[in-house]
Design a protein around this ligand. Structure first.
Ligand SMILES: Nc1ncnc2c1ncn2[C@@H]1O[C@H](COP(=O)(O)OP(=O)(O)O)[C@@H](O)[C@H]1O
Ligand SMILES: [Mg+2]
Length: 370
């Protein structure tokens, strides 16, 4: 039975029936009550009847008001709730459930409204996620296609006998090797990215001596830059005994990703990349500076977001998935560090990150702590 019918029945029971019953009592002249008190006289009798009648009307009025009140506070919000549920069932989440009261049903409506907002947010996130995934797939296809096309071209050249001299052949094979390496790096990035998504990065932390680690790194990068014809500089201002706790392989990934961006976004005839390590109290700061095309101020806050690429990068023929810096950000965060970028469009970019120094706790300090 509907709540409205139940309320109607309650209303009738509380008001109409007593009125009818009283009416019957009054209309019957041989009223038991009045018959008993016959000696009251006609005035007294009419007064009692009047009292009875007005009492019945008052009862009827109160009962009607109560029923209306119940109807307004229960049935109306329930109807709204029902309508909202139907909308959600049909996949419509673009509405607002107005909550007027703060009683139990009002609370229920409020909870429902919060649930709707959360569902809407989830649905929007899913759409965004799907869009990003589609974009990622299209970027990856582009990125894989570019080296494969080059490899095919060079292999065909070799097959057709274009690489006539041993030098030419050597150059072709070297290019094929480099292109295969590009593909390898991209696939590696993607595998790593899927691990980030599921929070399954296999870290192996160990103590790393800053001077020797970044010294080796600079040597390697220096050789690479030489082959790219880019000027390279390295400075270390950290004393030789400074140690950090880090995963050397992942830190290498961080440096590689940052430096490969610097190389990729160079636009000057004479490229310049500079690595600087400084001591900033409890932390060491690593700076990678380039004189590339720079990043516009409006893009700067977003470059560490996954899939984010500036309009220029998106429109350029250079491939890229926009996940390189999100990986870097995640790794530095997992090391308890912080990363940020400063840049000037057309002038260059400086990537900075800090890592906490490892401080040996001496026996004396341990004793003080306890
Ligand atoms: N050194 C840099 N110089 C200029 N722009 C950069 C540099 N590093 C990053 N960016 C910008 O930040 C964006 C995000 O970088 P990243 O996550 O590595 O993606 P991707 O290199 O795949 O485009 C790049 O698309 C680029 O626009
Ligand atoms: Mg990149």
């Amino acid at each position: 039975m509907k709540l409205r019918t139940q309320l109607m029945i309650a209303f009738l029971t509380f008001s109409i029936f007593p009125i009818v019953f009283a009416g019957m009592l009054i209309s019957v002249d041989k009223l038991f009550l009045l018959y008993q008190f016959d000696d009251f006289g006609p005035e007294m009798r009419s007064m009692v009847i009047q009292m009875l009648v007005s009492g019945m009307f008052l009862l009827g009025f109160i009962s009607a008001a109560l029923t209306m009140w119940l109807y307004r506070s229960v049935v109306r919000p329930l109807n709204k709730l029902q309508e909202a549920t139907r909308k959600i069932r049909d996949g419509n989440l673009d509405f607002t459930l107005e909550v007027d009261d703060d009683d139990e049903i009002g609370q229920l409506c409020q909870d429902f409204e919060e649930m709707r907002i959360r569902l809407k947010r989830n649905a929007e996130e899913k759409v965004q996620y799907d869009l990003e995934n589609k974009e990622l797939i299209s970027n990856i296809s582009h990125d894989l296609k570019t080296p494969i096309t080059a490899i095919k071209g060079y292999v065909e050249g070799i097959m057709d006998g274009v690489a006539s001299s041993p030098e030419k052949l050597d150059k072709y094979i070297r290019t094929i090797y480099n292109k295969a390496n590009d593909m390898d790096r991209l696939i590696d990035e993607l595998t790593f990215y899927s691990k980030i998504d599921t929070n399954k990065i296999p870290y192996t932390f160990s103590k790393i001596n800053v001077e020797s680690y970044f010294g080796d790194c600079a040597e390697e990068v220096g050789l690479d830059m030489e082959s790219h014809n880019i000027d390279f500089g390295y400075e270390n201002h950290v004393s030789e005994d400074v140690v950090v706790i880090a995963d050397s392989e992942q830190l290498k990934r961080v440096m590689n990703n940052i430096i490969s961006n610097s190389v990729k976004y160079l636009d000057k005839p004479r490229g310049l990349i500079y690595i600087r390590i400084t001591d900033v109290g409890d932390f060491i700061q690593v700076e990678v500076e380039d004189n590339g095309r720079g990043i516009a101020a409006q893009d700067l806050p977003y470059i560490f977001d996954r899939f984010y690429r500036t309009d220029f990068s998106r429109n350029s023929s250079q491939g890229g998935s926009g996940i390189g810096l999100s990986i870097v950000h995640k790794i530095i965060e997992d090391h308890g560090g912080r990363i940020w970028a400063t840049s000037k469009e057309g002038v260059g970019t400086k990537m900075n990150f800090v890592l906490r120094k490892y401080q040996e706790v001496t026996q004396y300090e341990q004793n003080i702590d306890h």
